[in-house]
Design a protein around this ligand. Structure first.
Ligand code: BGC
Length: 725
């Protein structure tokens, strides 16, 4: 025994670089550890021992793995054996902006800063696996969890997810990219069987996961709750064995979503490594301390002992788990982490301010001069409501959270700030709606009174983290704003037409009042620094530069998933069919010529930009080549600002149906007033291929393609033809 301990002790020091991929020496040590383990010990490593941990091997000094949500901050401590909060006093953290906001920055450097900061907080909180980021594609504006994801475009999500993962993992903490895959709605998420073409799967729903694995080298991945082609995603032969571990050579650990396992044999053979959160005694009901009853616990052990499953099956899982451990809790060189430090706060504020999107600005309604001594009426529940509370598993125990009202008061010291709630939604509770007890008529009356006295009205509303809003476990019931906000805005406009709206949400909403309001800002769930970041943009301290990471349809039926009726969304409770196929988001609006209210990639600035002189470095390209697209970007306005130059490419004639154009490159550039810069964006010719079901592989068609350059998907400034031979 002493020798074994000594031996393991030596192995612990193998990894010197936290980012290193597993090397041959480590692999050899892992094999040797496996040789020392009993079958029972191996099986124990494949399932939870508490709500958020899985066991190590105490007699050999192999530590436990500790996990935490994710993805916007490190969640408060949860009890060992139930979902209640443990009420520790040392687990308050920095709340970072929701991933919709991060995606709206179109800024990969900020994504790295975000990942590095949240990774440090996870490390300080002694977590080995951070359950995020989420990269499910925004398919419908009703999905209750869109706020946790990176929008509708596979390329944008692929570019933004990689630096986040690298930032987290630099700390010796594993990112756990989720929910793999097709968990694009919360309605019936535990069982709905998604039917879609291989093309839609490979072109739309998988690229961000693929980038996470191949470019981000993510160390763990979480299976989704739903089914695809009749198999639960947490043990899907197609998703896990064939694609993830086969085609992408993923060498990390597959973790279930909490309660996502349903069958021992499938869990054993179809690529799952760690089972978490099963709400069961192995059959149908929940029981206390039921971990031995998990599908990958005693039933798994018995099947191996009976010879139904070969021991090599559990060995492969344990090998992956030990690899994860060498990268995290058995890496003696990882940093100690930090929490609630000023750099993290600043990163949160920067991301939030960079991701806020200015959607309408009639007569330069924004920015509002911060030195003004006018009367500003701030109306709406979201001016004061905490948005780190609620929403499901991404809920946070923030050390502090600056509300929009506080942020505005902090910055507009000379103004008189009047405030009225206007409407009320009720407290947030998981899985149920609790209506507010406040009198709606009195709230409206008070708000009208306040608005009539002000020089400017800022209506701060939108959605919130309640059930059936932007919240896990249910989808939105309606596309319109809830809690009587549309009627309230109409009433406010009657008494004061100098009104701007700030929407705080993670989803698009219907906007019947859009033509009557002077300004519109899309803000997000922006965490600890939400109010300060909003004030940064409203005051003009920070020039607005966010771009929409998803399309806003005029009405729900204009969205592709909804166009095809209930079988497409939400399905018939057993099956659903992604009938829009690859035409998701702007691909649908563009190709079918259905004008969105606001297009993917859209966002205004307080300055003006001019894009000109589009060139491609060649006329004819071949497989493997890079296309160097360049243009001139000039800031022709009065103030410094940032613009996102977006390059889309489309194929003219194709043997399959194609979207008119797809995002293939972008760059966010900051320019002083009056300055210009040559912007270069490199695109791989291979990225122009489509997934050809006839050959079950990517196919780069020859012929003419069009490069489109602009500052949103519906504002294309120049086009150029190129050829692929
Ligand atoms: C969510 C996951 C989360 C897990 C653990 C599940 O309900 O879908 O995203 O990481 O719970 O809290």
């Amino acid at each position: 025994m002493k020798n074994i301990l000594l031996y393991i002790g030596i192995t612990l020091g193998v990894m010197t670089n936290v980012n290193a991929q597993s090397d041959a020496k480590t692999e050899k040590k892992i094999d040797e550890i496996i040789n020392h383990l009993t079958l029972k010990e191996k099986v124990a490593m494949c399932h939870a021992q508490s709500k958020f941990s899985s066991p190590g091997i105490p007699r050999l000094g192999i530590p436990e793995l500790w996990m935490s949500d994710g993805p916007h901050g490190v969640r408060g401590e949860i009890n060992w054996d139930d979902w209640g909060y443990a009420n520790w006093t040392n687990d308050s953290i920095t709340a970072f902006p929701a991933l919709t906001c991060l995606a709206a920055t179109f800024n990969p450097e900020l994504s790295h800063e975000y990942g590095a900061a949240i990774g440090e907080e996870a490390r300080f909180r002694k977590k080995d696996v951070l359950l995020g980021p989420g990269v499910n594609i925004y398919r419908t504006p009703l999905n209750g969890r869109n706020f946790e994801y990176m929008g509708e475009d596979p390329y944008l999500a692929s570019v933004m997810v990689v630096p986040y993962i690298k930032g987290v993992q630099e700390n010796g903490v594993a990112a756990c990219v989720k929910h793999y895959a097709l968990n694009n709605q919360e309605e019936w998420r535990g069982h709905i069987n998604v039917n879609l073409s291989d093309r839609a799967l490979y072109e739309i729903y998988l690229p961000a996961f693929k980038a996470a694995v191949e470019k981000g080298h993510v160390w763990s991945i979480m299976g989704a709750y739903n089914q695809v082609r009749g198999e639960h995603c947490c043990h899907s032969n197609l998703l896990l064995n064939k694609i993830l571990k086969g085609e992408w050579n993923f060498d990390g650990t597959v973790i279930t979503d909490w309660g996502g396992t349903h069958d021992t044999k499938q869990a054993a053979f179809n690529g799952l490594d760690i089972e978490m959160g099963t709400w069961t005694n192995g059959l149908t009901s929940s029981a206390k301390f039921a971990y031995d009853n998990y599908f990958l616990a005693d039933p798994f052990l018995k099947m191996i002992q009976d010879g139904g499953i070969d021991e090599s099956v559990v060995d492969d899982k344990v090998r992956r788990i030990l690899r994860l451990m060498y990268r995290t809790n058995m890496n003696l060189n990882r940093s100690l982490g930090r929490m609630n430090n000023v750099e993290h706060t600043q990163a949160a504020r920067k991301v939030a301010a960079d991701g806020i999107v200015l959607l309408k600005n009639k007569n330069e309604f924004f920015p509002i001069n911060p030195d003004t001594n006018i009367k500003i009426a701030v109306i709406g529940e979201n001016a004061t409501r905490s948005m780190t509370v609620g929403g499901g598993s991404s809920e946070l125990k923030a050390k502090y959270e600056i509300s929009p009202l506080e942020g505005i008061k902090n910055r507009f010291k000379n103004a008189t700030i009047l405030h009225s709630m206007g409407y009320a939604s009720g407290p947030s509770a998981y899985g149920r709606e609790i209506p507010s007890k406040l009198n709606a008529d009195s709230l409206v009356k008070a708000a009208i009174d306040v608005a009539s006295k002000a020089d400017v009205v800022l209506f701060i509303g939108g959605l919130n983290k309640n059930h059936f809003q932007d919240c896990e476990g249910g989808d939105r019931r309606h596309f319109e704003l809830p809690f009587g906000q549309n009627e309230l805005i109409a009433e406010l406009l009657n008494v004061n037409s100098n009104l701007g709206v700030v929407l705080v949400s993670g989803n698009a909403v219907e906007m019947p009042w859009l033509n009557q309001v002077n300004g519109l800002i899309q803000s997000w769930y922006n965490g600890s620094e939400a109010g300060n970041a909003l004030a940064d943009v409203i005051s003009g301290d920070v020039n607005a530069s966010g771009k929409l990471p998803f399309s806003y349809p005029v009405k729900l039926k204009d969205n592709a998933a909804h166009y095809f009726g209930e079988l497409s969304y939400p399905g018939d409770s057993i099956n659903q069919y992604y009938k829009e196929d690859i035409l998701v988001g702007y691909r649908w609006h563009d190709t079918k010529k259905i004008k969105p209210l606001f297009a993917f990639g859209y966002g205004l600035s307080y300055t003006d930009f001019k894009i000109s002189d589009l060139t491609a470095d060649k006329q004819i390209y071949s497989k493997g080549d890079k296309i160097k697209v360049s243009c001139l970007l000039a800031n022709t306005g009065e103030v410094k600002g940032s613009e996102v130059v977006q390059v889309y490419i489309g194929k003219l004639k194709s043997k399959v149906e194609r979207a008119l154009k797809e995002l293939k490159g972008f760059k966010k550039v900051s320019l002083d007033s009056g300055k210009e810069e040559q912007v270069e964006i490199e695109i791989s010719v291979d990225d122009l291929a489509f997934y050809d079901e006839a050959i079950s592989d990517w196919n780069l068609e020859k012929g003419t393609y069009i490069i489109y350059i602009g500052n949103s998907s519906d504002n294309i400034i120049q086009k150029q033809k190129i050829n692929i031979k």
